[in-house]
Design a protein around this ligand. Structure first.
Ligand SMILES: Cc1ncc(C[n+]2csc(CCOP(=O)(O)OP(=O)(O)O)c2C)c(N)n1
Ligand SMILES: [Mg+2]
Length: 406
């Protein structure tokens, strides 16, 4: 036992417990992937290529995704920009929440950007997706503008649900939300995959859930139906290391989420490497669309902020752990370094992209703070999809009835 550990036990009544927690964190940190792999300098300076021997682990699969990944300059800059938009959008949401412009629940996606950007890059435009409440990054990737998201968070008319939904309730074509009940979106995702199969479409549904949600019974019911019916469903566990105030090591008897079903193959993926995520998603997509049934993916990622805005995120993990991930495994800076090392773009070009992103966020913030809210009468609309003629909805008391127009 080192001197620091002895001191911790002596000075604090709960020192032993703290020490155990710290050891647990060290275990988690050491099980996370390192992002380093050798970047080959393409002679033309037009492609970024490298080997990712440690980016995947396989369950019930003889062959996995290619361990050689690459992208061209255009793709590289696009992925960088999208990850940066998500990062800055969440930073803006964090600030607006702290100034009380955003109320209610709000769960930020910062740290997990490579998952949504890498997966989307491998998706077909008609594939579907459903996720939990940590939905802002995915909402952007599924086609909603930053204004649509930030204005939704502040409850403005220009929000993607006209300010009716807020953080957890955002939707777009083929994007089924934003769901607040832990794990409940997983069987819904299997249902959407069933719809693709029933209609004879060669598309998949991606159903995302967290490491905490992975212990829900309904997740296993969904696995069962998906396998029985050979549904084109990719079950994706975004393992960010923690549930609500609890580490995966404390909450999961088997924290290897990609092995959690004995009849569905699984892949563990370095979720901090955008190109590895894209490659693994291509592989899973090909598997599902070729009629082999569902697949499970575990994305090893990290969450920088607390669980939600009410959680400072430091009581169950150390600040050092968070800083360490930011320094050594950040999905955005590590990708930028690789692109620069491969001579695909210069530092200057990245600065220009950062400025463009800054403008997009500022413009969206402006809308989120100044656009009008819905008129209170509008709260009666969008209750039924096929309302009868002259239909009236009762208000909060027995005497108020409102005729609705839509
Ligand atoms: C059925 C249900 N139980 C509990 C909660 C409260 N709750 C919200 S998020 C959460 C933890 C989920 O953690 P995880 O699945 O790892 O997702 P993350 O927040 O890390 O993205 C809990 C317990 C809930 N919303 N629904
Ligand atoms: Mg989690």
């Amino acid at each position: 036992m080192n001197t620091y550990a002895k001191l911790l036990i002596r000075l604090q009544p709960s020192g032993r417990q703290l020490l155990q927690q710290q050891q647990q964190h060290e275990q988690i940190a050491s099980s996370l992937p390192t992002v380093f792999s050798s970047v080959r300098k393409a002679s033309s300076g037009t492609t970024l290529e490298y080997d990712t021997p440690k980016a995947y682990k396989l369950h019930m699969l003889e062959k996995g995704p290619s361990t050689h990944v690459s992208c061209n300059r255009e793709e590289g800059l696009e992925y960088y920009k999208k990850m940066q938009v998500v990062r800055r959008m969440e930073a803006s949401a964090n600030n607006m929440y702290k100034s009380k412009l955003i109320r209610g629940f709000c769960h930020l996606y910062s740290g997990q950007e490579a998952v949504c950007v890498g997966m989307k890059a491998a998706m077909d435009k008609n594939d579907s997706l459903i996720t939990a409440y940590r939905a802002h990054g995915w909402t952007y990737m599924m086609g909603v503008s930053v204004t649509g998201i930030l204005a939704e968070l502040t409850g403005r008319k220009s929000g993607c649900a006209e300010g009716r939904g807020g953080s957890m309730h955002m939707y777009a074509p083929n994007f089924y939300g934003g769901n607040g009940i832990v794990g409940a979106q997983v069987p819904l995702g299997a249902g959407v995959a069933f719809a693709h199969k029933y209609r004879g479409e060669s598309n998949v549904c991606i159903a995302l859930y967290g490491d905490g949600a992975a212990n829900q019974g309904q997740v296993f019911e969904a696995y069962n139906m998906a396998k029985l019916w050979s549904l084109p469903c990719i079950f994706v566990c975004e393992n960010n290391g923690y549930g609500m105030g609890t580490s995966t090591a404390r909450a999961s008897a088997n924290p290897n989420f990609y092995t959690r079903c004995e009849y569905i193959p699984g892949i563990w993926v370095d979720g901090m490497d955008v190109l590895a995520v894209r490659e693994a998603t291509r592989f899973a997509r090909d598997w599902c669309t070729s009629g082999k049934g569902p697949m499970i993916m575990e994305m090893a990622t990290y969450r920088y902020f607390g669980h939600s805005m009410s959680d400072p995120g430091t009581s169950y993990r150390t600040r050092e752990e968070v800083q360490d991930v930011r320094k050594s495994r950040d999905p955005i800076t590590s990708f930028r370094e690789k692109v620069i090392e491969a001579n695909l773009a210069t530092d200057e070009e990245f600065k220009n992209i950062d400025n463009e992103v800054k403008k997009i966020i500022e413009d969206a913030e402006n809308h989120a703070q100044n656009d009008p809210e819905l008129h209170v009468d509008e709260l009666y609309s969008h209750v039924y999809s096929m309302r009868p003629e002259n239909f009236k909805i009762r208000g909060c008391d027995n005497f108020t009835f409102k005729e609705i127009s839509k």
